[in-house]
Ligand binder design. Structure first.
Ligand code: GLY
Length: 301
């Protein structure tokens, strides 16, 4: 399963919607082929999230929204459900694929999370690709920031103030491979007009991303603060592990919990330990898709 963000896309034209759905289908097809070729779940989620980061349609990597200082500050996390190895980076700039850096953190460092300058030094050490400002900045992103500043808001890039922008939210992927291993990854530019240094849920293991073969893999999208306060990804995993729920029941419990506790805004995708997929959201839409071995990608808002 992959997602391209939760939000409201009511003003999108059919052509714009098709652009997003086609991107989701294409990336799902690549993920399916990679798994069919024997790749592991962790490789598949890194591949899919990397492709979402490379596509300017999405708020992650190249298409990341801007903070209050017209800067891109990106967050990402990845987790292996077979080993509970996890890696995360927060507040990174100039990194082409933050999910690749998060993967390096999980596989090569003895730590789980790096932020800011230290994370960027690690990127140099591990040879993770870096890009100049021009790769990330665009007139559309600057205009979007101006609108958010004028409205006096920190917004998801698909909030009301941004209607008309063909931009969506945080991206993520969850995979279940031939060995029955789960993995999850999440990546984002965060919120439009966010304060410099603000970190959302996406790089926080247990809030924006979680995977454990004994329960499920989860990737979230939405107002990060709501997901941090409810530790939502791990809470959903706990519903499965401790209550023995299936994916769709756990997803319902998860969204009810998010709503009851903090009136949370956003959604998530998940795959449980049996390979069953589910998703839930409190926003009008969640751009998402799924594919099974040998099947065709299915995507929807
Ligand atoms: N969910 C992304 C963020 O709040 O930064």
């Amino acid at each position: 399963m992959i997602h391209g963000g939760a939000g409201s896309f009511r003003k999108f034209s059919p052509e714009e919607k098709n652009k997003f759905l086609s991107a989701i289908d294409r990336i799902l097809g690549d993920g399916r082929d990679c798994l069919a070729g024997g790749a592991s779940a962790i490789e598949a989620v890194a591949l899919c999230v990397g492709a979402l980061e490379d596509d300017v349609l999405f708020n992650a990597g190249r298409g990341s929204v801007l903070n209050e200082n017209k800067q891109v500050e990106m967050d990402a996390a990845i987790m292996n459900g077979a080993t509970l190895e996890a890696g995360a980076v927060a507040g990174v700039q100039g990194i082409k694929n933050p999910v690749s850096l998060a993967l390096m953190v999980s596989q090569k460092s003895e730590h789980v999370m790096f932020v800011g300058e230290g994370a960027m030094r690690l990127a140099e050490r591990y040879g993770v690709a870096q890009m100049p400002d021009e790769y990330f900045l665009s007139e559309a992103l600057l205009a979007q920031l101006e609108r958010a500043i004028e409205a006096g808001k920190m917004t998801l890039d698909h909030d009301g103030v941004d209607q008309g922008d063909d931009k969506l939210g945080t991206v993520g992927a969850v995979a279940w491979d031939c060995q029955g291993d789960l993995a999850a990854a999440t990546s984002t530019g965060g919120m439009v007009n966010k304060r410099q240094g603000r970190v959302g849920d996406s790089p926080l293991i247990g809030a924006g991303c979680y995977a454990d073969n004994e329960s499920c893999g989860v990737s979230t999208t939405g107002y990060g603060e709501d997901f941090i306060r409810t530790v939502l990804a791990k809470t959903i995993a706990d519903f499965i592990e401790m209550k023995g729920l299936d994916a769709s029941t756990a997803a319902q419990y998860g969204i009810d919990y998010l709503t009851r506790k903090v009136k949370g805004r956003g959604g998530f995708i998940m795959i449980d330990r049996t390979g069953a997929c589910a998703s839930q959201f409190t926003t009008p839409c969640l751009l998402r898709g799924w594919v099974e071995k040998g099947g065709q990608p299915m995507s929807c808002f």
